[in-house]
Design a protein around this ligand. Sequence first.
Ligand SMILES: C[S@@+](CC[C@H](N)C(=O)[O-])C[C@H]1O[C@@H](n2cnc3c(N)ncnc32)[C@H](O)[C@@H]1O
Length: 206
Amino acid sequence: MKIKNNKNNYFYFKESKRLKLISKSWFKIYEIDKKFNIFKNNTNIIDLGSYPGGWIKYIIDNFKNIKIFSCDIKNIEIKNKNIFFIKGDIYKTYNLLINIINNKNICRVDTITSDICHKITGHNDIDIIKIIDFINLSLKLCNDILKNKGNLVFKCFNGSKDIKLIINKIKKMFNIIKIIKPISSNKNSKEFYIVCKNFKRNKEVI
Ligand SMILES: C[S@@+](CC[C@H](N)C(=O)[O-])C[C@H]1O[C@@H](n2cnc3c(N)ncnc32)[C@H](O)[C@@H]1O
């Protein structure tokens, strides 16, 4: 599928409903995966901030023998025996998430994705602090449970010098780092995504 470059953000919302893709976020992860080859068959994935489930739907429909460990404060709509969903605030469910994975005899996962985002306040300082906290949590999760050579994809926002600190941090953790603003991402939003590949565990960074 070729994603049309449409300036009207509502277009992707309508398309996601028409194609039963659950959310317009589906188009973002589709584009990211086509460009950067994030997912593979026979792998284990963590997805943070999964509701309503567009990213999960993309993964489960396109890859075989996948397990997805997912978390959101809202219940996801998609049900599948290979999706292990935890409802709750990730700051409180972090250890439970790791325990559930370990209880499936999985020590480390292949990929971590995070589209997690609070309700945007419009106050840059507040929004950036919250998003940086989510990013730091994802980076901690990498050190705790991501396989060497694993991947991380996470949401980020333009507009803070802290982003430079994050980039410096991830440069020490991953060999390949790419930045993408997906075609379907609202042109007026500061949102973009950072794709990190080839994880190298480095306890000193976090
Ligand atoms: C942009 S949406 C994710 C869309 C999703 N990737 C999809 O494909 O449908 C961001 C999600 O982050 C969740 N979220 C925000 N704060 C959270 C927290 N502290 N713990 C868990 N989830 C959180 C929100 O409930 C929201 O569903």
